[in-house]
Design a protein around this ligand. Structure first.
Ligand SMILES: [Zn+2]
Ligand SMILES: [Zn+2]
Length: 338
């Protein structure tokens, strides 16, 4: 079968792999739609995270085609979406404390599409622990957005966001645009998005931002607290070294900076903002119990994912897809159809 693999950990490429059998205790799934994530794009740089030669793809929907003997609750034809970090150890201190998103054996050793084969292939054998049933109202295309949406639901929750709060979102990529939509649904009184790409700014406006700011034309640190009230929360979804510094400069005293954008370089920030404003800088990694909420939001049509999709492409076109995603003005989200 065709599969997108991280060859030798260095290059993302189309490969020919033997079709997998259903592993003991597992379920064989035929992936339907697979999102290409920013993490996938940077996989060749994330040597500590991705396992060489893994089949990629951690944001996907699919259909069960086979079930190993003894596995209960699933049968061929079931439509599913995948929690790539759902097969937690259940035994470490973090799992026992109800924080399976911090379970190191899972997140750093057992994630689907990162450490073990994922959805960018015709078939994949998966443990039942990673499966969530998709209701009829959620298409396979929408089902590929459950994973990133669950990330965003948790991000907004851990920020301590409340009805009527003001928010700034740094970055108008897929996570930033989902954050805008979740904040709107959660009752934000004002949402500003800071994003250099004009097409992404325009999309942020369509999806619920009250204002959009081009950081190349206007300095956000000068705008907020000047012409614009300082926000209660800043969501760093850009993953750039200066992001947290900008966030700390514009957020109001006692405000929250919630960080989800992974930046390979060290942060660059002014500690006096942290101290003199008594800021809370809060990281957020994946999800704990947000999958059902994300599925419900998509079932209710509360989140517009269709507008965020630039193209739906075949596995064969992965190279073109990666090229498009490297140009933020040309694309937002690209899905593959194995
Ligand atoms: Zn992802
Ligand atoms: Zn654990």
């Amino acid at each position: 079968m065709k599969a997108i693999v991280l060859r030798d950990g260095d290059t993302i490429t189309l490969d020919d792999r033997p079709s997998p059998d259903t592993r003991p205790g597992e379920v064989l799934v035929r992936p339907d739609h697979v999102g290409i994530c920013g993490t996938d794009l940077h996989a060749p740089l994330l040597k500590d995270l991705f396992v060489p030669d893994v089949i990629m793809g951690h944001e996907f929907s699919g259909e069960v085609v086979d079930v190993a003997p003894g596995v209960e609750g699933w049968q061929p034809g079931d439509r599913v979406t995948i929690n790539p970090n759902g097969d937690v150890c259940g035994e470490c201190d973090q799992c026992r404390a109800g924080r399976p998103n911090l379970c190191r054996p899972t997140v750093l050793g057992n994630a689907i599409g990162v450490h073990r084969d994922g959805g960018m292939a015709s078939l994949v054998s998966l443990p039942p622990a990673v499966l969530h049933r998709l209701p009829d109202g959620v298409s396979g295309l929408r089902g590929a957005f459950v994973e990133p949406l669950a990330v965003v639901v948790r991000l907004v929750r851990v920020a301590g966001f409340k009805l009527g709060d003001r928010a700034v979102v740094l970055g108008g990529g897929p996570i930033g645009l989902l954050t805008v939509q979740v904040l709107r649904r959660a009752g934000a009184s004002h949402i500003a998005v800071v994003e250099p790409s004009s097409s992404r700014r325009e999309m942020a406006g369509r999806l619920g931002a009250d204002i959009v700011i081009d950081p190349g034309a206007d300095d956000p640190a000068a705008l907020f607290g000047g012409d614009l009230p300082a926000p209660d929360h800043v969501f760093e979804c850009a993953g750039i070294p200066s992001g947290v510094r900008t966030a700390a400069a514009i957020v109001k005293p006692a405000g929250t900076v919630a960080v989800v954008g992974i930046c390979p370089e060290p942060l660059d920030m002014d500690v006096s903002d942290l101290i003199f404003k008594e800021l809370v800088i809060r990281g957020s990694i994946i999800y704990v119990e947000e999958f059902p909420a994300a599925i419900r939001l998509l079932e209710q049509g509360a989140i517009d994912v269709e507008s965020m999709i630039t193209r739906v492409m075949a596995l064969d076109d992965y190279d073109e897809a990666l090229g498009l995603l490297a140009q933020p003005d040309e694309s937002v989200k690209i899905l593959l159809r194995p």
